[in-house]
Design a protein around this ligand. Sequence first.
Ligand SMILES: Cc1cc2nc3c(=O)[nH]c(=O)nc-3n(C[C@H](O)[C@H](O)[C@H](O)COP(=O)(O)O)c2cc1C
Ligand code: SF4
Length: 436
Amino acid sequence: MSQLLLPTTGHSGLQGPRTANRLPRLLPVQEGNGSLGLVEHLFRHGPLPRVGRSVSQRAAAVEEVARAGLVGRGGAGFPTARKLAAVMAARGRPLVVVNGTEGEPASAKDKVLLTRAPHLVLDGAALAAAVVGAAEAVVVCNYAVRAVVAGAVAERRRAGTDDVRFRVVTAADRFVAGEASAAVNWIERGTPLPTRTPPRLAERGVSGRPTLVQNVETLAHLALVMRHGAAWYRETGTEEEPGTTLVTLLGALQRSGVHEIELGTPIVEVLRLAGGPSAPLQALLIGGYFGTWVAADAAMTLPFSTAALAPLGASVGAGTIAALPADACGLVETARVARYLAGESAGQCGPCVFGLPAIAAALERLAVGADFHPEQLRRWLGQVDGRGACRHPDGVVRLVDSALRTFTAEISEHARGWCCGTGGRLVLPIPGRSRT
Ligand SMILES: Cc1cc2nc3c(=O)[nH]c(=O)nc-3n(C[C@H](O)[C@H](O)[C@H](O)COP(=O)(O)O)c2cc1C
Ligand code: SF4
């Protein structure tokens, strides 16, 4: 067990007490499903640092986040300091949205983080609010974790921990509901629909106010950067991609689950945290349903970092790795996911509404070995890519394009009436149809 430090009193500023710099950083040291209460949280991490109110003190905090090299953990990997600076510079009363929607069916890391370490996320939200000058933060979270989040907010209110006022909202149960503008619309109007950019949310978000939308894991990292500083943060991970990240591991592994790893850990070691493969593997889906299929032998020895995965067209994304066994079919799996994602379109943009079902149908034809030319499918991918108000179609394109590259041999074999999916196994989770 790593050493726990008692909180110091009267502490303020960016230099928090140092905890042992080993993993886990975000998740509680003790294994299990329990939640760290406020007292245990402060015992482990030390008190919440204070950010001064002056512009120069707030700008210094943004600078520290920039030096730490913190990027968003919601999938896009956008530099957090740039978002903080944009909201800080915007005119109006800012607001923070804590994005714990996690609409991705293959991902569980945000639910696990909110369940096990809710106060670290709320610390990050309170600190982000102080930096941008917001008095209010709205936590949007999955129904499954709402009670624990609401309990943590109530605990902080009783203890008088925060200057910021927290509100907890149950997320809409849709894949696109976690897209930043959809989350904003859900809070404001009860419709989880993405809207086109501009205006940028940093300028006009909830009720027209400058809005910082940040993934829950990003905020937990921010809480540690503000406590311990950028140099401490950079002691793990790689030079280009510092820190740790949460990963959801699923598929043909001994145990599915969520783990915290150093960025840059070889993928083979990451999978070992799940007990290793439970069967010979043919491919990995890296980055969730907007992610990239890669051949297992090409990926295994690579570090889990966006820089290392880039030559394979993959990125860390929201940290999901799904393992496809040799006796399952990558075309069938991709067709199932594409059909699901087509059904999750918010129904606003022609290329998304009409293109995604056509793409799903084409994949279904390839999956059953019906006569269909993959070149036609590639043309359709080109016609929907970048053509929606949000990046939903682009995510589908990335997934399907990677399937066409990774499962080229399977396409020819299906056309000859043979499929490697002899196990009849379905690997990727697809939610039921009873969605709000
Ligand atoms: C269709 C779609 C769904 C998304 N779902 C989520 C989600 O469930 N949770 C999340 O944090 N970000 C999600 N994102 C990314 C958000 O738009 C946004 O980039 C993110 O919340 C910003 O936080 P970050 O910078 O801390 O990563 C989604 C994006 C798209 C295009
Ligand atoms: S691209 Fe698709 S999911 Fe995104 S706003 Fe348009 S219709 Fe909705």
